[in-house]
Design a protein around this ligand. Structure first.
Ligand code: HEC
Length: 269
């Protein structure tokens, strides 16, 4: 894929950030930078690549992902991401978008699960991983639709409860909970605004915008990555990719943000 324009965009973004630090209010400068880049979101390149990967016959079984069932039936992508995480009978598990994607890449295409998990989160300023591109493409097919994950199955309700607990539970050496940083409006760490996820506008803005192009990394990032990074900020043990802990948190966040209109790729600093 063409990487040059992305690197340029990332560089432009870095410049905007340093320019912002000398502006009167850092928040203001960043806001202008964000707006400028949102209009020309480099994440679109990942979206195109995701679409191509979805239809391409790949892996040891030389199959496409066109028969993957994201919850609405094989190949039915429109609106599927808006209803995730959800319970899947064939895996007997509540799955988020990425874990479901991996299930399909293993079962339909014959890829190795451990290898996929290992390469899922790409290095900054790289071309990104297949999973990042595919997650963005599949989510984009719910653009304009409202987030509405189901809580009908007992396992979905269990996941939601677990996520709610994890979101509020203080732990680790810093004794932070998610809610410590994301439970009040107007908080900030360095230049970064901390989103209040306990009020509807805040959480809706979050759940409608991932996967997102992350300017400071020059790649598209997914919700799994975002949670991994917040665990790291909390100095907790490394969050295992696709673990129930990560899916429980996503179930809780997506449900709290229900009604949000999905619009990806999002754009983050
Ligand atoms: C020490 C403070 C801190 C804690 C604790 C924390 N986060 Fe975060 N979180 C941040 C920061 C800072 C950002 C934004 C970083 C940025 O701008 O790049 C963020 C961003 C996020 C986002 C993305 C928001 C967006 O822009 O869409 C999500 C989702 C999130 N956190 C979830 C969580 C969850 C779930 C937990 C608990 C497991 C958690 N965070 C704990 C600091 C924290």
């Amino acid at each position: 894929m063409p990487t040059r324009p992305i690197r340029v965009a990332a560089l432009a973004f870095a410049c905007l950030c340093s320019a912002a630090s000398s502006a009167q209010s850092p928040g203001e400068g960043l806001e202008i930078g964000r707006k400028m880049l949102v209009e020309d979101n480099p994440g679109e390149l990942w979206l195109d690549r995701g679409k191509r990967l979805y239809h391409e016959k790949r892996g040891p079984k030389q199959a496409s992902l066109e028969q993957c069932d994201f919850g609405l039936g094989p190949g039915k992508l429109a609106g599927a991401a808006a209803r995730l995480p959800r319970y899947f009978a064939d895996t007997d598990r509540v799955q988020d978008l990425e874990s479901r994607l991996v299930t399909c890449m293993v079962r339909l295409q014959g890829f190795d699960q451990a290898a996929l998990a290992k390469s899922a989160i790409s290095a900054p300023l790289s071309d990104g991983s297949d999973i990042e591109s595919l997650a963005l493409y599949v989510t984009s097919r719910s653009n304009g639709m409202k987030m509405d994950p189901p809580l009908a199955h007992a396992k979905e309700r269990e996941m939601y409860k677990m996520g709610e607990y994890l979101f509020h539970r203080r732990s680790g050496q810093t004794d932070f909970a998610c809610v410590t940083c994301h439970g009040e409006s107007g908080k900030r760490i360095r230049l970064q605004d901390l989103i209040n996820m306990t009020e509807p506008a805040g959480i809706q803005g979050v759940v409608s915008s991932w996967p997102a192009y992350r300017g400071s990394h020059g790649v598209v990032r997914t919700m799994q990555w975002r949670l991994y990074d917040c665990f790291w900020q909390m100095r907790l043990p490394e969050l295992t990719y696709l673990s129930d802990v990560s899916i429980a948190l996503t179930t809780y966040l997506h449900r709290q943000g229900h009604g949000a209109v999905i619009e990806v790729p999002g754009f983050k600093r």
